[in-house]
Design a protein around this ligand. Structure first.
Ligand code: NDP
Ligand code: X2W
Length: 362
C-alpha cells in the first residue's frame, strides 16, 4: 500500500478525497491535517465516515474515522494538498524536500509564468523555483509527464471543463481565435468558507454572473489551449481571444460550460457539419476513460459524484459557430477525482482505480 496524507482534510476537496480513497486498492490515508479541527478524530468531525466504505471495507472506514487530525502531516509517499493558494505552495515545498510526491489542488503551480501568477493572484509566487518541475494535471494531455513527476498541479474546475471542451477544435484548427464561454457552477465550487454570496438565502432561487473583469481560470485556460494548438501545428498568431463568464447556480455540485467559437471554412469554403465535428471529437477522446462525447446536451446530474466529463459538440448552421457543451462535477473531475486520477498515473496504477463509481442519479 502507498501511504497518503491529505492536507486540509476539512475542506470540501479533502473530504471528497477521503470518500474516493476509502475504497482504493493501493492507496491508504495515514495522515490528515486541518487547522481549526486539529486534535480531533476524523470520525468526530465527519460522522458520515462511518458509513463510507460499507460491507467488506468496514475495517478501512474505522481506520479513517479513528485518524487524528494533526497540524502538520506525518511522512508519507504521496500527499494531496487541499490548502488555499499561497499556503499550498509553502506546504508543497516542505513536502517535496522530504521526498513526498505531491498533487496540489490549489492554483499555485498551474501557471508556468510567475508574473502571470502575481497578476492574477495578487501576491508574489512563494516558490517560483518549483514551477519548472510542476506538470499540469490533465491526464488527457500530459499523462506521460505525470507518470514521472514529483509535483502535479491539479487544474481548476472551470478550467478542466473548458479545456476539455475546446482542445479537439483548436488542435484541428477548426475554429478562429475568438472564443466565448458561458459557464455555471454549483456553490461547493466556492468551498466551505462562509461567504455572503453562498449563504443559502442569497444563493437559493438565484442565478448570477461574477468575475466579469476576468476570472482566475482565464490564464490557465489560455495557457493550455494555446500550448495544445501550437503542439498540433495550429497557428493562432495573435493568441486566443477568450471571453469567459462564470455564473453561480443554486445547486451543490456541477459545472456546465457552454463554449462558442466561429468555424473556419475548409479549402473549398465549406463549414464542417455537426456529424463531422462529432466524429472529430470522438476520435480525439477515443480510449479516454473519463471523457465521453454524448449525443445530446448533457445535464450536470449525469455527472454528479462521478469523475466523468461529458461533451456535446454541434454546429449552429445559422451563425456558422461551433457549440460545445461540457459537463462535470466540480468536486470530482474538477478537483479530487482528477487529483486521484493523476496520483494513479504517478504511481503506475490504472487511472480508474477508486474512480469506478457512476453518477448518482437522480
Ligand atoms: N471547491 C472546489 O470545487 C475546488 C477547489 N479547488 C482548490 O482546492 C483547494 C481546497 O479548496 P476547497 O476544498 O474548496 O476548500 P474549502 O474552502 O472547502 O476549505 C476552506 C477551509 O480551509 C481552511 N483554511 C483556510 N485558510 C487556511 C490556511 N491558510 N491554512 C490552513 N487551512 C486553511 C479553513 O478551515 P479552518 O478554518 O477550519 O482551518 C477553511 O474553512 C483550494 O486551493 C481551491 O482553490 C480546486 C478545484 C475545485
Ligand atoms: C463557484 C465558485 O466560486 N467557484 C470557484 C472556482 C473553484 C476552483 O476551481 O478553484 P481554484 O481555481 O481556486 O482551485 C471560483 O470561481 O473561484
Amino acid at each position: 500500500m502507498v501511504s497518503v496524507s491529505i492536507l486540509n482534510v476539512t475542506s470540501y476537496t479533502g473530504l471528497e478525497l477521503l470518500r474516493l480513497l476509502a475504497n482504493h486498492p493501493h492507496f491508504r490515508v495515514t495522515s490528515v491535517t486541518g487547522r481549526s479541527a486539529a486534535g480531533q478524530r476524523l470520525g468526530q468531525v465527519f460522522p458520515q465516515l462511518y458509513a463510507l466504505a460499507g460491507g467488506a471495507c468496514q475495517e478501512e472506514a474505522r481506520h479513517l474515522a479513528e485518524l487524528e487530525i494533526m497540524e502538520e502531516p506525518e511522512a508519507t509517499e504521496l500527499a494531496f494538498v487541499c490548502l488555499p493558494h499561497a499556503a499550498a505552495a509553502e506546504a508543497v515545498q516542505a513536502l517535496l524536500q522530504r521526498g513526498t510526491r505531491v498533487v496540489d489542488l490549489s492554483a499555485d503551480f498551474r501557471l508556468r509564468n510567475p508574473s502571470l501568477y502575481q497578476e492574477w493572484y495578487k501576491h508574489t509566487h512563494p516558490a517560483p523555483a518549483l514551477l519548472e518541475q510542476a506538470v499540469y494535471g490533465l491526464c488527457e494531455r500530459y499523462r506521460e509527464r505525470i507518470r514521472t513527476t514529483a509535483l502535479v498541479a491539479n487544474p481548476g474546475c472551470y478550467a478542466t471543463a473548458i479545456i476539455l471542451a475546446l482542445l479537439p477544435a483548436l488542435s484541428a484548427g477548426l475554429v478562429s481565435r475568438d472564443l466565448i464561454v458561458d459557464a455555471k457552477s454549483g456553490v461547493s465550487g466556492a468551498g466551505r468558507g462562509l461567504r455572503l454570496d453562498t449563504h443559502y438565502a442569497e444563493a437559493n432561487e438565484d442565478l448570477s454572473a461574477y468575475s466579469l473583469g476576468g476570472h482566475r481560470h482565464w490564464p490557465e485556460i489560455v495557457q493550455e489551449l494555446e500550448t495544445a494548438a501550437r503542439a498540433a501545428g495550429q497557428t493562432y498568431e495573435s493568441g486566443l481571444r477568450l471571453t469567459f463568464v462564470p455564473h453561480l447556480t443554486p445547486m451543490t455540485r456541477g459545472i456546465l460550460a457552454t463554449c462558442y467559437a466561429e468555424l473556419q471554412p475548409d479549402g473549398s469554403g465549406r463549414l464542417p457539419t455537426s456529424s463531422q465535428v462529432q466524429a472529430l471529437y470522438r476520435d480525439y477522446y477515443a480510449g479516454e476513460p473519463f471523457v465521453h462525447v454524448v449525443d445530446q446536451p448533457p445535464h450536470t446530474k449525469w455527472t454528479y459524484g462521478s469523475n466523468h466529463c461529458l461533451l456535446y459538440a454541434t454546429v449552429d448552421e445559422r451563425s456558422g459557430r461551433l457549440l460545445v457543451l461540457s459537463c462535470l462535477d466540480n468536486l470530482v473531475k474538477g478537483a479530487s477525482g482528477q487529483a486521484l486520477q493523476n496520483a494513479n498515473c504517478m504511481f503506475g496504477f490504472d487511472e480508474r482505480c477508486g474512480l469506478q463509481g457512476g453518477a448518482i442519479y437522480p
